[in-house]
Ligand binder design. Structure first.
Ligand code: AN7
Length: 338
């Protein structure tokens, strides 16, 4: 499959002949979740955005943001990030031959994401502050220097990410009544809603935030957001109004899920559906299990935004222990069979 710009060019702000920086993102699996369906009495599908080239949905937006930056003659890109945007921006700027700088909250990004950003050669800046402070600062930096901002305040990011909604509509022939999605900086829910409306389908948009980082649920910014789901440890989402509009106009809602609920869904998906996502992604399924989807829903799609390998540390803390064994047949048999 080609990347999303080639696949959906007529619905994106790119003309034939424009430069395209792509790693063949998009065209991700949509998998029927049989155990979750049994559990909920619904038909539950999982959109596996961890199958994108850098392991998260950000690649859909990043191919557009970086391609547009190249078209505009930019030499460098920058973003604030809880990790996945940083990994994606680093990869696409490496592919494009641009310089990349990523500002991340010190000590609060998952190991895999940090490894990615560094390997792709970005300048990685660990801010003694949180994501919201980092975003505020990078907005000031780009107002003073000719550097392209690739956070989801950049409209090209929304354009690219809306293509996930197109893929879902195509795969299910437009037959879905609800979408469950984690919400952090609120770009992705904004993008899905735009994509669905452009495709003429209006599922109920159900956004889920971590309880310790739930500004949209409380109706006011959270100064010190905290959650195990570091990707959505965000207290003042940039796309606040648009996200609220998506949820209200679709008859949806925004609700909170606790870290314990997120981790339970995270383990359930890995153990029972064969799908390893990162903790923030599991907020969509936690929301489905804890809050339900309301009346008259037959089919629901949960977006799993990032791959579980992004955050090996949380996985090892949540998983069972390995079984030590001497190199001897009897010992192996006991270890395997008992
Ligand atoms: C796995 O990388 O904000 O509501 O800087 O990595 O569009 O912010 C990541 C967000 C959900 C929330 N799931 O999406 C970043 C960043 C995962 C994420 C979200 C993020 P938005």
């Amino acid at each position: 499959m080609p990347g999303i710009i080639e696949r959906y060019r007529e619905r994106l702000p790119f003309a034939a002949g424009d430069p395209v920086v792509s790693l063949q993102e998009g065209s991700t699996p949509l998998v029927l979740a049989e155990r979750l369906s049994e559990e909920t009495g619904l038909e539950v599908w999982l959109k596996l955005e961890g199958a994108n080239p850098t392991g998260s949905f950000k690649d859909r937006g990043m191919t557009c943001a970086v391609s547009a930056a190249v078209r505009e003659g930019a030499r460098a890109v920058i973003c604030a990030s809880t990790g996945n945007t940083a990994a994606s921006a680093a990869a696409y700027s490496a592919k494009a031959g641009l310089r990349g700088a990523v500002i991340v909250p010190e000590g609060k990004i998952a190991t895999g994401k940090l490894a990615q950003a560094l390997m792709h050669g970005a300048r990685v800046v660990a801010l003694r502050g949180n994501f919201d402070e980092a975003l505020k600062l990078v907005r000031e930096v780009v107002s003073r220097h000719p550097i392209s901002l690739v956070n989801s305040v950049n409209d090209y990011r929304i354009e690219g990410q809306k293509t996930a909604a197109f893929e879902i509509v195509e795969a299910l022939a437009g037959e879905l009544q609800a979408l469950c999605i984690p919400v952090g900086n609120a770009g992705n829910i904004t993008a899905y809603w735009k994509g669905f409306r452009e495709a003429g389908v209006e599922p109920r948009m159900l956004g889920f935030q971590a309880a310790g980082a739930a500004p949209l649920v409380h109706g006011r910014p959270v100064e010190h957001p905290e959650t195990i789901a570091s990707a959505i440890r965000i207290g003042n989402p940039a796309r606040w109004e648009e996200a609220m509009d998506a949820m209200t106009s679709s008859g949806g809602a925004v609700k909170a899920v606790s870290d314990a609920e997120i981790l339970a869904a995270y383990r359930f998906l890995a153990a029972n559906e064969g799908v390893f996502c990162e903790p923030a992604s599991a907020a969509s399924v936690a929301g489905l299990l804890v809050h339900g989807v309301g009346e008259d829903v037959h089919r629901v799609v949960c977006v799993l935004t990032g791959h579980g390998l992004k955050d090996p540390q949380t996985a090892l803390e949540q998983a069972g222990a390995v079984v030590a064994c001497d190199p001897e047949l009897g010992a192996i048999e006991r270890a395997v069979l008992e």
